[in-house]
Design a protein around this ligand. Structure first.
Ligand code: IVH
Length: 671
């Protein structure tokens, strides 16, 4: 391919990919399969690698990969990012309209736009001539942080605006909310729980924590979303109304909320509010009210602002799903990895149909921020399907007898020393034989996705550990019927069932076994990855940190955690005991010992007899790996129908090129 042809194709591919991205992430109606998208993406990536002179920081391939930052730089907003005043009833909304009328010396009702109020993090995106230039957080409204790299990883942020309906403006600052959808929040916390990391308290904190990462690769894994709803300064475009501006946003490829609506009467406003409140739980994101904005921009300008709130907009909040109750106690709860979590024991209350009597206070710094003390009267909130949360203290109810909580210096369960981690936010019991840790580790070990020991629940574990019959997971395999029957009131049948379940777990798959060990940061996925690279636990014990880091998906932190686990005396003793009881087989062994071990493959062009996914699977099962770009380290390039530039590059590097037939023979082992 000649350079000018390459340049043309590169441009073409970027436009096509941007378009599919828009269909998928903004309109939520994709037109091509993921495979097709991946194919185009790889073609572009490949061409860009071969023709670096046509690089562009806003190419769809450039969303991830920027170097981690040391710190964020500050950005001053050209127009302050305001906050909103609240109302809580139709009457209060009427008073808000009344204030507008008094200010303007009129007596009428205005056109409003109703928008769901999103519970996320305010941000600003700057586009010049349609190209995404930079982005920042709201911060204190005047100054925010430059989070450009992180915003680029959000697929709903267009790297260039579409100009097919309206021409793009000279410059525009678009404002909106970065959010984490409920399902992504729940699965992120699910993964964190599995890997022993602290949980986020709600989707907003998760979104904020994810956007404020110095390493944008972490942000990229968090599936953030964005919805745009306002503008800062702009040049080279005029809008008459707010709804007109939102329509421009949408046409430019900026995601707006499909529930936004123009409302012309007071009744329409009330109805809209009730409608969104009813939908609240079925919305994919947390929403805590409705924002009403005067539609006419010239009216907005006349109204201006008062003490950092616009006079022309109001947040009408939903009736909170909260209750007032008392903190009976705050106890430090010891988790599987020894991390202490302060938990509030509450006088039971019913909120939204659920009885609430415990609430995690997350960590010492959250607790300090809210200044929650034992004996305090507190407001507890249950938002949708999210865990109950102590939101604030009712200060007026303080008597002076309330007692602040301090993390103990000794473990409340075993009395060992507590160490501080990360600027005093996290505390950890250093004794790995601590009964609380042991119980949590057994619970994890018996978990369905791990060794799947049915019936071994909290009660059993509590009794077995407290009675000193079980000291670690290996002693489960020495349990005898007589021991258990003597100490529990459980009937013969239940005891037998438990013993049967334990017996069944005596043969296990390597990936489940690794997961069951409860190594910090090692969830089901990493456990499977490890099983595809190592034949057995013995091999894992010998691996170095560097070797671990070579594996795709394993970064320095995970590598360190795995390495440390297999270099702790106690763990090695435990593993030895476990191996005496459990027969571990590796279902991915063929991948480890396969005849293509260590071989790297690149595919280019279409395959006739098998899908790309299948081909990839065949390579992996024989121990090889598939990469996207052609380089010196590649062993085989498989050229299918209409191969792309990768083939030219492979030839120029003198790599071995295979046809589809040759590939199949090679994998099957008769070359
Ligand atoms: S408009 C001057 N629209 O709520 C207008 N804000 O309490 C200010 N928010 O800082 C923003 N959904 O982060 C607007 N549809 C929406 C919103 C929204 C959520 C947030 C925003 C703002 C805060 C104000």
């Amino acid at each position: 391919m000649k350079p000018h042809e390459a340049e043309k194709r590169i441009r073409e591919l970027r436009t096509i990919l941007d378009h599919h991205n828009y269909l998928y992430y903004v309109l939520d109606s994709p037109e091509v399969s993921d495979d097709e998208y991946d194919r185009l993406f790889r073609e572009l990536k490949d061409l860009e690698a071969r023709y670096p002179q046509f690089a562009d920081p806003n190419s769809p391939t450039q969303r991830v990969g920027a170097k981690p930052l040391d710190k964020f730089s500050q950005v001053e907003h050209t127009v302050p990012m305001l906050s909103l005043d609240n109302v809580f009833s139709n009457d209060e909304f009427d008073q808000f309209v009344e204030r507008i009328n008094r200010f303007l010396g009129r007596q009428e009702f205005y056109d409003f736009v109703g928008e769901p109020k999103l519970d996320g993090l305010g941000v600003e995106l700057v586009y010049e001539k349609g190209v995404f230039l930079s982005g920042s957080t709201r911060g204190d409204g005047t100054t925010g942080e430059d989070v450009t790299q992180n915003l680029k990883t959000i697929k709903a942020v267009p790297l260039r605006l579409r100009a097919d309906v309206y021409p793009v403006p000279e410059k525009i600052e678009v404002r909106g909310e970065v959010i984490m959808n409920k399902k992504d929040f729940l699965s992120l916390n699910g993964r964190r729980e599995e890997t022993g990391e602290p949980l986020f308290s709600n989707p907003r904190n998760a979104a904020a924590g994810s956007l404020r990462q110095l390493d944008s690769r972490i942000t990229a894994q968090r599936n953030l979303d964005i919805i745009l709803y306002a503008a800062g300064t702009y040049r080279g475009i005029q809008f008459e109304t707010h709804i007109d501006m939102l329509e421009h946003f949408r046409a430019w490829g900026l995601k707006t909320n499909p529930h936004n609506k123009l409302l012309k009467t007071r009744d329409a406003v009330y109805r809209y509010f009730s409608h969104i409140e009813e939908m609240r739980d079925s919305l994919p994101y947390e929403c805590d009210g409705v924002v009403f904005k005067i539609n006419s921009l010239s009216l907005q300008r006349s109204l201006g602002e008062v003490s950092r709130n616009p006079r022309w907009a109001i947040a009408y909040k939903f009736k909170p799903r909260t209750a007032v109750t008392r903190v009976l106690d705050i106890i430090p709860q010891v988790g599987r990895t020894g991390i202490l979590t302060p938990v509030a024991l509450l006088e039971p209350v019913i909120i939204g149909g659920a009885r609430i009597q415990r609430s995690t206070l997350h960590n010492q710094s959250e607790l300090n921020k809210k200044d929650i003390r034992v004996g305090d009267t507190v407001v507890v909130e249950r938002a949708g399907d999210v865990i109950p949360e102590v939101v604030s203290v009712v200060r007026e109810k303080r008597t002076g007898k309330e007692v602040p909580f301090r993390m103990p210096s000794q473990c409340p369960v075993c009395g060992s020393k507590i160490e501080k981690l990360e600027d005093d936010i996290f505390y950890r019991c250093i004794n790995i034989s601590c009964p609380a840790q042991v119980k949590e580790r057994i619970r994890h070990f018996a978990h369905r996705g791990a060794m799947d020991i049915e019936g071994l629940g909290e009660k059993w574990i509590g009794t077995l550990v407290d009675e000193g019959i079980v000291r670690d997971v290996s002693s489960l395999y020495g349990l005898k019927k007589e021991d258990i029957i003597a100490l529990s009131r459980m009937g013969d049948v239940l005891v037998q069932k438990l013993l049967d379940a334990i017996r069944r777990s005596r043969s296990a798959q390597l990936d489940r076994f690794i997961f069951a060990l409860g190594i910090l940061h090692v969830g089901e996925h990493i456990a499977k990855t490890l099983s595809m690279k190592f034949k057995s636990i013995e091999d894992l014990e010998k691996v170095t940190k560097e070797e671990l880091q070579q594996i795709e998906g394993i970064g320095p932190e995970i590598a360190e955690s795995i390495y440390d686990f297999f270099h702790m005396e106690e763990n090695l003793i435990l593993l030895k005991k476990l191996r005496a009881h459990i027969d571990i087989t590796n279902p991915y062994e063929s991948a480890v010992t396969g005849h293509l071990k260590g071989k790297r493959f690149v595919f280019t062009g279409g395959l006739a007899g098998l899908s790309r996914d299948r081909a990839k699977q065949m390579v992996e099962q024989s121990g090889g790996s598939v990469t996207e770009s052609v380089g010196k380290k590649v062993d085989y390039v498989v050229a299918g129908d209409q191969p792309g530039s990768k083939l030219d590059k492979a030839r120029s590097l003198g790599l071995k090129v295979l046809s589809e037939d040759e590939f199949v023979k090679l994998v099957r082992g008769h070359e």
